[in-house]
Ligand binder design. Structure first.
Ligand SMILES: [Zn+2]
Length: 260
């Protein structure tokens, strides 16, 4: 995965971002769409079930508009209505506290039936983010939301990478507050990483310590998979993530500053 990150970084460094048109006006969904999306999302994503009615409306409007701005490609599996709805929901879960959530650099989402190989790489992947799009194994997507205790959720992981790339390397859909708060976040993670190295163990899985990008993505996975567990075991990291994503998944209201 490290080599992939290097490839990504060098791509972004040497290729100017593709310019995309400004977003169309956001649509508000009607009752039928709201009920349909609610039905699909509530069966899989517990985070959604914990939201107030107003936040559910915001969540679904955002998911609907996210889908409008993406093209979904299906590789080895049939197109089903629930697939884009649930994938959009995973992106909206991560970005619900942010103003800009469309991640406009990423126009394409590739959904593969199962784990896959890339190029001449022998390794199997369950998801990755590349300049041309976001890739996810559908089998592992579902697995990620089926167990809330293992801190593994490939969709949340890849959306966290995509959010970071969109905000630091793309030209549209930049969220100024996110950028500012992420820069603060990366300065607070130094002592956390030093502590982990000293103790030689961490609540987060070891993959988090392979790079700063992976530390971010694995941390966000834990933040949404088992927020109470992360808050108890790594309170400083939990607080730093609350600030950067403007949400507190343990709290009833979820969103910290609704004005952002
Ligand atoms: Zn990763």
């Amino acid at each position: 995965m490290l080599s992939l990150l290097r490839k990504l970084s060098s791509f972004f460094a040497h290729n100017p971002p593709v310019l995309h048109p400004a977003p169309r006006v956001e649509e508000v969904v009607n009752e039928e769409v709201f009920n349909n999306y609610s039905f699909i999302i509530s069966g899989r994503i517990n985070y959604f079930n914990e939201l107030s009615f107003d936040l559910k409306q915001k969540f679904i409007n955002r998911a609907y508009n996210f889908i409008r701005t993406k093209q979904f490609h299906y590789i080895g599996l049939e197109q089903k209505e629930e697939i884009p709805v649930l994938i959009a929901a995973s992106a909206i879960q991560v970005t619900l506290g942010l103003k800009n959530y469309l991640m406009q650099h990423f126009k394409n989402i590739y959904v593969l039936a199962d784990a896959y190989h890339m190029d001449n790489d022998d390794e199997l992947y369950i998801g990755h983010v590349a300049p041309e799009g976001i890739y996810l194994s559908w089998r592992h997507f579902l697995f990620g939301y089926s167990d809330n205790t293992d801190n593994i959720n490939v969709a949340v992981h890849e959306m966290s990478h995509a959010l970071l790339y969109n905000n630091f390397f793309a030209q549209y859909g930049i969220d100024k507050n996110f950028r500012l708060n992420y820069e603060k976040f990366s300065t607070t993670t130094g002592p956390i990483l030093a502590d982990v190295i000293t103790r030689r163990k961490s609540y987060l899985r070891s993959y988090a310590f392979s790079s700063l990008h992976e530390f971010w993505a694995v941390s966000v996975e834990a933040f949404f998979e088992n927020p109470a567990g992360l808050k108890e075991n790594m309170p400083d990291l939990y607080l730093a993530l609350c600030r950067v994503l403007n949400q507190d998944p343990v709290s009833k209201n979820k969103i910290l500053n609704p004005e952002l």
